[in-house]
Design a protein around this ligand. Structure first.
Ligand SMILES: [Cu+2]
Length: 585
């Protein structure tokens, strides 16, 4: 049997001591315990904290007063119990981004999808087990725009004694990208939704919460990565920014991509990484063999394709080499600072080349189980459009309209109660309908001249799938108002990216080019700007699963929907009942 361990209790220490004492005669059992995983407990106190960036102090929502939030570490096979206590005035939920949540959908976290929010003064314990996943993921708030400051890395190590399929790094370092806003992001999005105008922009990007030397007042707020010559480092990249895909590069250094969204990849070298909000990427950084007598900037700035303006600034950290002999250490201020060259902000051909290089490892240890026989085909358009405003609004669009976003022309309306509860209790009446369209209402030249009527419909419409349905989903960008790359994130599953291209998907020619051998497996994919992407997944996880654009502004505008995956016939194919402390609306 596994043993239960709390970081805060001495019971844990005694348990370990007891097991060590017993080890001599409990050998085989102990070995079994090791492989079954342990329970790791965390306490997340949501509270306000003053933080100063860009010469300005601001009170932000944090976990335990930390920004970025605490790192969660577990091993594959471990269980997590994270008690979230809400001490702020906002409703809060936390999502464990990329965790499959096999039969633990109640712990997934998106507000009004799998749970009602944790109200001020209330708490909820998220309980789940990490099965068949190892790598870098992250956690973030999943309600309104609170993830602007509520986020942190979630690191899953392989089972004890199981090596990485790449050289073991000397050190592992999370590199978490975020946005810094001088304004209160809750006020920004509330104001935008009220007036129907586009929300304001962030003021800076950050690396591990620090903007870096290219912003005013920020030289002291710079993340420094100190390396030893000749050593290899594993950088765990996370894009937690609200609204921006990012290019990332380290001057004079080549990175080796080894993992994406907690799935090992075939290693490949890259000078620049593209990472969308919601994506994670592990890269190996091999430090130069000798001290280079220079400092190197590690910089990130947006890949932006849409019609709107964007935060066109650059965040940077500094890569610094340690000397073998500390007495020969030159003054850091005297060393030249070398800057990387990043692609132009709208370099879509770079984006396509980079994403085409991503391949699953697809070996016997880590197979790519791509669904081959497809049960259901879906064709979803994703993009912008216009939404009617109410009579008491004075929206800036033609005939009192505002910009909205949709999937198959349906701009999703958030329900007032959690969809998973309504589904489980069979009380969908008045909450949602299960008639999400399998294709757009009209065919048009999706990436050509837009149709004259670009009004969107509103609805809380879901797509219901029998257990174990093999799904192929075509995601087609539209050029309505403007073509744009949309990082689509699916909860509860990994999917295989079997094909992508520019223009309109051609159902006669394109499927022949699909990669069913070693496609990348992930949880968030950029639908190419003015193009399409094809994904496949097996609906083997009962529950209600959110799918949405991870650009928060597009999610606010309605670029989201949810899948219902029905229970299977066998006991282990059913969603268990909700936990007793599940928050109420
Ligand atoms: Cu989007």
């Amino acid at each position: 049997m596994g043993f239960i361990c709390s970081f805060h209790s001495s019971a844990c220490l005694y348990t370990i001591l007891f097991l060590l004492v017993c080890a001599s005669w409990l050998g085989p059992q102990l070995a079994l315990a090791k492989h079954r995983g342990i329970t790791r407990r965390y306490k997340f106190e949501v509270r306000m904290q003053n933080v100063t960036r860009l010469c300005q102090t601001k009170s932000i929502v944090t976990i335990n007063g930390q920004f970025p939030g605490p790192r969660i570490i577990a091993r594959e096979g471990d269980s997590l119990e994270i008690k979230v206590v809400n001490h702020v005035k906002y409703n809060v939920t936390i999502h464990w981004h990329g965790i499959r949540q096999l039969r633990s959908g109640w712990a997934d976290g998106p507000a009004y999808i799998t749970q009602c929010p944790i109200q001020p003064g209330q708490s909820y314990v998220y309980k789940y087990t990490i099965k068949g996943q190892r790598g870098t993921l992250f956690w973030h708030a999943h309600i309104s725009w609170l993830r602007a400051t509520l986020y942190g890395p979630l690191v899953i190590l392989p089972k004890r004694g199981v090596p990485y399929p790449f050289p073991h790094p000397f050190k592992e370092v999370p590199i978490v990208f975020g946005e810094w806003w001088k304004a209160d992001t809750e006020a920004v999005i509330n104001q935008a939704m009220k007036t129907g105008s586009a929300p304001n922009l962030s003021d800076a990007f950050t690396i591990n919460g620090l903007p870096g030397p290219l912003y005013s007042c920020s030289v002291k707020d710079t993340f420094k990565l100190k390396v030893k010559p000749g050593k290899t480092y594993l950088l765990r990249l996370v894009n937690a920014a609200l609204n921006n895909e990012l290019f990332f590069s380290i001057a004079n250094h080549t990175l080796t991509v080894v993992e994406a969204d907690a799935i090992y990849t075939k290693p490949f070298k890259a000078n620049t990484i593209l990472i969308t909000p919601g994506q994670t990427t592990n890269v190996l950084l091999r430090a130069k063999r000798h001290h280079p007598n220079a400092l190197f900037l590690m910089a990130a700035r947006p890949y932006a394709t849409g019609p709107a303006t964007f935060d066109n600034t650059t965040t940077a950290a500094i890569l610094e080499y340690a000397h073998h002999d500390p007495s020969r250490k030159p003054k850091a201020t005297k060393l030249p600072l070398i800057k990387p060259k990043l692609p132009f902000f709208n370099d879509t051909s770079f984006a396509a080349k980079f994403t085409n290089k991503l391949r699953s490892l697809a070996n016997s240890k880590f197979p790519a189980n791509v669904p081959k026989k497809i049960d259901r085909h879906f064709f979803f358009t994703v993009g912008l459009g216009l939404l009617p405003c109410s009579k008491n609004q004075n929206c800036s669009g033609p005939n009192n309209t505002m910009v909205g976003a949709a999937i198959n022309n349906i701009s999703f309306v958030q329900p007032k109660t959690a969809l998973l509860q309504a589904h489980f209790l069979r009380q969908s009446n008045g909450v949602y309908t299960s008639n999400f369209p399998t294709k757009p209402p009209t065919r048009f030249n999706y990436t050509g001249t837009p149709p004259t009527n670009i009004m969107l419909n509103k609805g809380t419409r879901l797509m219901s799938l029998p257990y174990n349905t093999n799904v192929e989903l075509l995601l087609q960008d539209t050029s309505i108002i403007g073509a744009e790359s949309h990082p689509l994130h699916l909860h509860g599953f990994n999917f295989f990216v079997v094909g992508q291209g520019f223009g309109n998907f051609d159902s006669k020619k394109d499927p022949a080019k699909f990669n069913l051998v070693d496609p990348i497996e992930r949880n968030t994919v950029g639908v190419p700007s003015g193009g399409w992407v094809a994904i496949r997944f097996r609906a083997d996880n009962p529950g209600v699963w959110f799918m949405h654009c991870h650009l928060e502004v597009h999610t606010s505008w309605g670029l989201k929907m949810a899948w219902i995956v029905q229970d299977g016939k066998k006991k282990h194919q059913k969603l268990p009942p909700p936990p007793a402390d599940l928050p109420k609306c």
